[in-house]
Design a protein around this ligand. Structure first.
Ligand code: HC0
Ligand code: SF4
Length: 562
């Protein structure tokens, strides 16, 4: 706590973790490449340098705020220093900006423009690297890497995976998986958080927009969309809407203008998941386990268990994810329609998540060589397509999703944030269905931002122990505690990304506060939803008792084996 003097301004500070944070609080947009407020400080890019009264220059990210400190952020020396860093970076960076995936959202491009770098005097002496397209979700182009290390720290500190690291020395220094392997040959879970953190085009999301357009322009295809819960509260951000504003109806209109035949809501699949997962859980209670039962909807989490903790596979719910349940039902119900009108149903899922691209390509979800979900487009990709179409999204009049599969309950909508799946299942399994009980669940501690939350809920004569965890590194800690017998839970919800799907790597760029606003938007949608419990979704109950009776196991469940 104290007062600092920044460029002659008096700035109080209180608990900020470094001088950089105080500078930003003072309203100065200090440039950085390697600083990411949610990770440890690395201090390598030196863009955030400041000068003290004695002319000493230092990186503000690595300085602790002290009372009475006097610094300048924009002296001639500092500006020259920054320009030099940028010029050096650009000298060893491929400069095909116009065709780069990150054109318009690259920090190197933005800062080179801001600091007026128009000329690069140095020659590129770095080796040329092959582009790594081996992952189903992520593309690595080391030629565009500025060695800030953000991806390395995200992968290690947030996800506990440690897939990426620095290798080699000097001008050969490069970021890559161990032993120079390709991403697809590692245990990478396709969470995409490295791409979300990358300030340049060195790690990007596998772009499949072209496939989307081809399907939309093909008269022989019936293009049917599903929209994931978390997408609706983030897509508007790219068009000037606040994070958390529910734009699903505008998105439906936009998709129809782009040529979609039918647009549905993944929440329908989520309601199915709640029904099946609750049944499975009650069944396990009867049989005595295995416990804990882990949720299965996050594909990066499933992949992690498969690769690194296969002995827990039996604990993972056999329910397919809502996306895959939806797709299985759709393809089943539309088979006759396809035969009748000679068109083929092409199913596109709009997801906040990069790992969903990997999930859709898994062999478990292919039938006769065809995937149930033909294409996964991230929120960011659909934003690019809307922009390409010239649609003024913010001004669109909304339109509801289509029936029958455009209807989901409030319980399904909150799937998109951490704690939502557990809360939705809890609503289903508690016997008392009064409003009081709904509120008791809501305020049990199941919601919130703490990384691991444990709650106890009464079901029958049992007190159920439920845990909710987000950020894979935290899930790993929880697994350790479960394994050692230190903790016991009946049901555990795991989301790989911090804050759950609203914080997925396919969403527009945003830090934790933005993600929390999105989560708030989902809770708001639940508050105003007509139906709040999955067992009350009339379409779901009709299907379960009618067309799908006796076939739910085949359509809605999957066993992940090793
Ligand atoms: Fe999610 Fe899902 S909630 S994983 O975060 O369960 O991606 O939004 O679509 O499938 O519903 C993502 C979001 C989904 C699925 C749902 C679940
Ligand atoms: Fe690590 Fe996730 Fe990136 Fe894979 S996708 S390298 S697991 S951060």
């Amino acid at each position: 706590k104290g007062i600092m003097y920044i460029d002659g301004q008096r700035v109080p500070f209180d608990g900020e973790k470094n001088v950089l944070a105080v500078i930003r609080k003072a309203g100065i947009d200090m440039p950085t490449f390697c600083y990411y407020s949610e990770l440890s400080v690395y201090g390598a890019c030196r863009m955030c340098v400041v000068e003290d009264e004695r002319g000493k220059i230092d990186a503000s990210c690595s300085m602790e705020p002290r009372d009475g400190m006097v610094i300048r952020t924009n002296t001639a020396r500092l500006l020259k220093h920054r320009r030099m860093i940028l010029e050096l970076m650009l000298s060893s960076h491929c400069r095909d900006c116009t065709t780069c995936e990150k054109n318009g959202s690259c920090r190197l491009q933005e800062l080179a423009l801001r600091f007026g770098v128009r000329h690069v005097r140095f020659k590129d002496t770095r080796p040329h690297y092959e582009i790594d397209t081996s992952s189903p979700a992520i593309v690595r182009d080391p030629n565009k890497c500025i060695l800030c290390g953000d991806c390395i720290r995200v992968c290690e500190e947030m996800q506990g995976m440690g897939i990426l690291n620095f290798a080699h020395r000097g001008s050969d220094l490069v970021v890559c998986p161990a032993f120079d392997r390709k991403l697809g040959e590692t245990n990478c879970i396709s969470c995409g958080q490295c791409a979300a953190a990358c300030p340049t085009g060195a790690i990007t999301i596998f772009n499949e927009i072209g496939r989307g357009w081809r399907a939309l322009h093909d008269p022989k295809k019936r293009v049917v969309f599903q929209i994931a819960p978390a997408v609706r509260v983030a897509v508007g951000e790219a068009f000037g809407l606040e994070p958390g504003v529910n734009a699903i109806n505008k998105l439906v209109s936009a998709l129809k203008m782009m040529g979609a035949d039918e647009v549905y809501d993944t929440t329908f699949g989520a309601d199915l998941t709640v029904m099946e997962e609750a049944d499975e859980f009650l069944e396990r209670l009867k049989k005595g386990g295995p416990f804990p039962m882990f949720t299965s909807c996050c594909p990066a989490w499933v992949k992690y268990v498969e690769e690194e903790r296969p002995h827990f596979l039996k604990n993972i719910s056999t329910c397919k994810s809502p996306m895959e349940m939806f797709a299985a039902v759709l393809k089943d119900q539309y088979a006759r329609k396809d035969e009748e009108d000679g068109r083929t149903t092409y199913h596109i899922a709009i997801m906040p998540c990069t790992a969903k691209k990997m999930e859709a390509k898994r062999p478990e979800f292919q039938h006769d060589g065809k995937p149930d979900v033909d294409l996964v487009l991230t929120t960011q990709e659909i934003i690019m397509m809307i922009k390409e179409s010239g649609i003024r999204f913010a001004e669109l009049e909304g339109e509801s999703p289509d029936l029958p599969f455009g209807m989901g309950t409030g319980a399904a909508t909150i799937f998109g944030t951490t704690g939502g799946v557990a809360e939705a299942v809890a609503r289903r399994v508690v016997e008392d269905k009064s409003k009081n009980t709904l509120q008791a669940i809501q305020f049990s501690g199941i919601r919130g931002s703490e990384t691991i939350r444990a709650v106890t809920l009464p079901v029958g004569d049992r007190a159920l122990r439920i845990a909710v965890v987000h950020g894979l590194v935290n899930a790993q800690k929880l697994l350790d505690d479960i394994e050692s017998g230190q903790e016991y839970f009946d049901l555990v919800e795991v989301m790989t990304c911090k804050t759950g799907c609203v914080g997925g790597a396919g969403q527009p760029y945003g830090l934790i506060p933005v993600k929390q606003q999105r989560a708030e938007g989902l809770y708001e949608a639940d508050r105003t939803a007509l139906i709040k419990r999955s067992e009350r979704n009339p379409i779901v109950t009709k299907l379960l008792e009618g067309a799908m009776k006796g076939r739910t196991h085949q359509l809605l469940h999957v066993e992940y084996k090793r």
